[in-house]
Design a protein around this ligand. Structure first.
Ligand code: GLC
Ligand code: CA
Length: 560
């Protein structure tokens, strides 16, 4: 190989510096569960808390995750998979009881698994007693708990469009006003400018923290505060459609300037964080839409008194090229406030499955990326099996976002977890037509049990990666340095390379994002730890290496 093709690797910025004061969530691997599709514990066809309890050994011992983000399980009409809450402090009977939840906590904690629950402060279900009261009369004391406005020129108060399609305003004939709903019309937005609402929502938080949860994932944290003047959003004449998100096309018809992310949002989030801080060791993860890295960084809050881990959705909305990913990761680490630490997810219950978006071979490369970055990895249930989007017939759909004309269903991303070769892939013993969503016809072949017996399976790769991460201080907590020059300039868009170091532990990660081989050159020699294409671990890696098509490797670098 011609060495002149390669330039020096030593001119890199380092981020973030290693830190000694470690919170548990910095070294953890988080697993996003989707309860109704995960495992059915009582045979009614719908996944539940009992099913999650029965899966803890898999999650901890087999897969190697440290924390589970449960997905919503509060009382709910389930029009939006439980993000439409009708009682924040009761468990939806479909999923279990408070006793089941307490047992989940005990069983998880006994195994060293942390439990992160959803906190859904932006909206309730229209069935919530607060909203029933609020809409009962203009004079009701809870009227101002939601956002009510008079018509403008006989129509909605402004032009804001909903993620679920149509206007965010729904007319209430009984009281002659519109109410705001950023999502379904059955999900009215709470009025976070009302101090009583805040206090009520902080009490909800304390209720679950008192029970012993280890953290919260805040739903649409960027949406709590809207423009107090309710100004129109600017139109987006050429369309503002986000090809990565499964949203109604109406949503992309305008720039969402005034219906979210008002600067006051940070104050509200700092108040939530203050409640969290009453419970040392708990973590706040914030769902915030993709935005500039500077804006993302603001969610950590002044003096880091905001969110511990704001999701970097830009990474999910980056086309799969090494150049683009490197630039975004650089942007993320450069914007990261001193002392802060990121979380990273490449799959999510609102987006196309990773293996559908990238194909199986590159989904394996993505697994290596996810579990080797300097960030807390958060993986979506089923991605460890390489699950793909599965068509869901209209008469079986659950997602009410799909009911609006032109609406997009997120059900294909949320199909049942296949466990083994039992009926319905072991997800549930109920008759197929009673399942929450249809089970895959190939459930047995792609199941956990089947993949465990195959060393080349996606699950085996994930297990190898979680084990490697746990055993390596560099991967868990070390600094990250990008190596943009390991491949020839002409191959730079194909190869993403970085090193991770902590003390004597030194790993190099090389990801070939292309389906053809790429030659690379390193400054170090080492030993192969993981290869996404099945190269035997333990082999020696010289300074020159041909990455196979779709190959990602983790290399342990020798000291000295
Ligand atoms: C979040 C959730 C999404 C839900 C929406 C409304 O974006 O991830 O699934 O539909 O909030 O609660
Ligand atoms: Ca059930």
């Amino acid at each position: 190989m011609d060495r002149s093709m390669f330039t020096s690797t030593s001119t890199n910025v380092q981020f973030p510096p290693s830190t000694s004061a470690e919170a548990w969530w910095r070294g953890a691997i988080i697993y996003e569960c989707h309860l109704p599709s995960f495992r059915d514990g009582n045979g009614d066809g719908i996944g539940d808390l009992e099913g999650l309890i029965a899966s803890l050994d898999y999650l901890h011992d087999t897969l190697g995750v440290d924390a589970v983000w449960t997905g919503p399980f509060y009382r709910s009409p389930l029009l939006d998979q439980g993000f439409d809450v009708s009682d924040y402090t009761e468990v939806e009977p479909t999923f279990g009881t408070l006793e089941t939840f307490d047992r989940l906590l005990r069983e998880a904690h006994a195994r060293g698994i942390r439990i992160i629950v959803d906190y859904i402060p932006n909206h309730t279900s229209d069935q919530h007693p607060w909203f029933v009261e609020s809409r009962s009369a203009r004079t009701n004391p809870k009227r101002d708990w939601y956002v009510w406005r008079d018509p403008r020129d006989g129509g909605p108060p402004n032009n804001w469009t909903s993620e679920a399609g149509g206007s965010v305003w729904e007319w209430d004939a009984g009281t002659g006003q519109f109410y705001l709903h950023s999502h379904l019309k059955e999900q009215p937005d709470l009025n976070w400018r009302n101090p009583e609402v805040r206090e009520a929502l902080f009490d909800v938080l304390r209720f679950w923290l008192d029970r012993g949860v280890d953290g919260i994932r805040i739903d649409v944290a960027h949406m709590l505060m809207k423009d107090p003047k309710f100004r129109d959003n600017p139109e987006a004449p050429s369309g503002n459609h986000n090809p990565f998100d499964l949203q109604h096309p109406d949503f992309g018809s305008q720039v969402h300037l005034h219906d979210r992310r008002h600067p006051d949002t940070h104050h509200a989030l700092a108040q939530i964080r203050a409640v969290i801080d009453e419970y040392p060791g708990t973590v706040t993860i914030a769902e915030i839409e993709a935005m500039s890295w500077e804006d993302w960084a603001e969610y950590y809050g002044t003096d880091l008194a905001g969110m511990h881990l704001p999701f970097p959705f830009r990474l999910l909305e980056t086309h799969w090229s090494a150049d683009l990913l490197r630039a975004e990761l650089h942007g993320m680490y450069a914007a990261l406030p001193p002392g802060a630490w990121p979380i990273v997810a490449l799959g999510n219950h609102d987006r196309a499955r990773l293996a559908t978006r990238l194909g199986t071979a590159q989904a394996r490369v993505a697994a290596v990326l996810l579990l080797t970055l300097a960030a807390t990895p958060c993986l979506l249930y089923g991605d460890e099996l390489g699950l793909t989007d599965r068509p869901v017939p209209v008469d079986r759909q659950r997602d009410y976002f799909a009911r609006a004309t032109g609406g997009v269903s997120r059900d294909p991303v949320r199909t049942p977890m296949p466990w083994n070769d039992d009926v319905n892939g072991g997800f549930s013993a109920a008759p197929e037509e009673r399942l929450w969503l249809p089970a895959a016809s190939d459930a047995a072949e792609i199941s956990v049990a089947a993949q465990l017996s195959r060393p080349d399976s996606m699950l085996s790769l994930y297990r190898q990666l979680t084990r490697t991460r746990h055993e390596s201080p560099a991967l868990r907590r070390g600094e990250i340095v990008f190596l943009p020059d390991v491949a020839a300039d002409s191959d730079a868009h194909r190869v993403l390379a970085y090193e991770r170091r902590a003390g004597d532990d030194h790993k190099v990660i090389l990801l070939n994002l292309a389906s053809e081989p790429v030659p690379v050159r390193l400054d170090f020699a080492g030993t192969l730890v993981v290869s996404s294409v099945g190269r035997e671990p333990g082999g020696r890696i010289g300074r020159e290496l041909d990455l196979a098509a779709d190959e990602a490797v983790v290399i342990d670098i020798e000291k000295g």
